[in-house]
Structures are given as C-alpha cells and as structure tokens.
Design a protein around this ligand. Sequence first.
Ligand code: AMP
Ligand code: MG
Length: 269
Amino acid sequence: MDTSPFLVEPGTAANIADRSTRKKVGFDGSKTEGKRLATGLAERLSELQRLFWADGRHKVLVVLQAMDTGGKDSTIRHVFHHTNPQGVKVHGFRQPSTLERAHDYLWRAHARTPGDGEIAVFNRSHYEDVLVVRVHSLVDEDRWRRRYRHIREWERMLAEEGTTIRKFFLHISHDEQRERLQDRIDDPSKHWKFDPGDIDERKRWDDYQAAFEEAITETSTEWAPWYVVPADRKWFRNIVIGQALVDTLEGLDLRYPPPAEGITDLVVR
Ligand code: AMP
Ligand code: MG
C-alpha cells in the first residue's frame, strides 16, 4: 500500500482538521482482508527486523503520539507482535520524575534512543514537552515555542549520526474517543485502562488538536517525517504503520554481515 497520502510533506501545514480519521485511503478490501494484510505486514516486519538486527549497522526510532485512547499501546502490540524483543525496545514517557525534571526535557529521550541494530519505539515522547506542557501552560509560551527548533535540530543530529526516524500521529475523532472512553467504563476488564483524568483532558480536545497541528507542522522534516494515520479503524491504522515501517527497513539496504574468515569450507566433526 502507498503510505504517501499520510505523510506530512516538510514545510507544509499538517492540516489535521482536514484529514480523515476513518477513510481507508489506498485500500478497498474488507475488514477481514485488512486484518489479514496487517498480520502479513507484521510478519514481514519481523523478517526484516531479524536481518536488521544481524546487520547491526543501523538504528531506527519510531515515535507514537495520539490523543488519549488513540491506540498507541494497541499499535505496539499488533505491529511489533512478531518481532524479537531482544532488538525492539519500547519506552513509555509519563510525567517526568524528579530526576528527569532536574534536566533539560530532551535528556530522558536521548537516553532511550536506539543503539546499532535496535528499533526503539517511543510510546509518547519528547513531543509531550510541546503538547501537554503547552496545553497546561507548564512552561511559558516562548519557552515551549523554542522547543520546535531544538527538536528539529536534535532529530537532525540523530539522523546524521545514523538513526532513521519515523513519527506517527494516530488520528482519532472526538466521537471515537468518547466511545473508547465509555467502553473503558462499561467493560470491567478495561477498568485498569481508565484514567479519570482523561475526562478532564477530553475537555481540552481543541487545545490538544491545535498543539498537535502546530507541533507536526513545525517538526515534519526530511530527516524525521510525521505521518498522520487515520486511526478510528484499528486494523487500518495497523496497515498504515506496518507498511510504513516495512518500507523503511526495506529502504535501508540491509544485509547479513560477511562470514568469519575461512568458515565457508569448514566441516564440524
Ligand atoms: P499514559 O500514557 O496514559 O500512561 O499517561 C502518561 C501521562 O503522562 C499523560 O497524561 C501525559 O500527558 C503525561 N506526560 C508525559 N510526558 C509528560 C511531560 N513531559 N510533562 C508532563 N506530563 C507528561
Ligand atoms: Mg492515559
């Protein structure tokens, strides 16, 4: 599938308000076919990740951001389902600890960037420092505004030093969030996921959308592009992200490292 319709071209407005949260752009199959494709992509990703790990010359950073209930956890569960946990590191970013707060906001993110052969997945990320921090005025505007530039330049440095970066905004509608929150209330097996604070955050929906719009517009770059992924349909979201990551790894010219000297004729007795 072609994922380019979801890419935010660097230098253009993200326009999230005009982007569909539901449309299956580029896929005209049924839900059953869609789920099959998503599974196939997850399997393909695991094959590529095996080679990527063996190759050991590249690093990949995947950033997932969304409104509450947007599906970050479920994306990780599905898209990376078949990969080897040894080479895939998932990092969740919550409210910063005292130690983290004592440092600049990129400090904790930098400590979790991938090493050679690793895929790091950020479940929330340094972007919270221009999202929740902005919406709740946790720092002054001129301070969070400067961060767009820091983030662009920090990501540029990572890219120039060998990290391939892909960023995904899981785009859900206001109504879809209502359903998902209600479901977390109605289904006892989902109570653990329900955070009463999410109800208050929902009241700030428009502020968050504005914060996302500007953050994505300001930081979608050639070296670290954003994708706005229609995420009301979970299986379609999984296809888009799975495909974008398969394309990313296929674009890396992966190869197994050369064999140790003289082993090709060796016979084990
Ligand atoms: P969850 O992802 O549901 O575990 O929630 C994590 C919470 O941590 C969310 O409410 C985020 O907005 C919050 N959070 C993450 N990063 C930051 C940050 N840098 N400053 C303040 N709150 C944050
Ligand atoms: Mg939460």
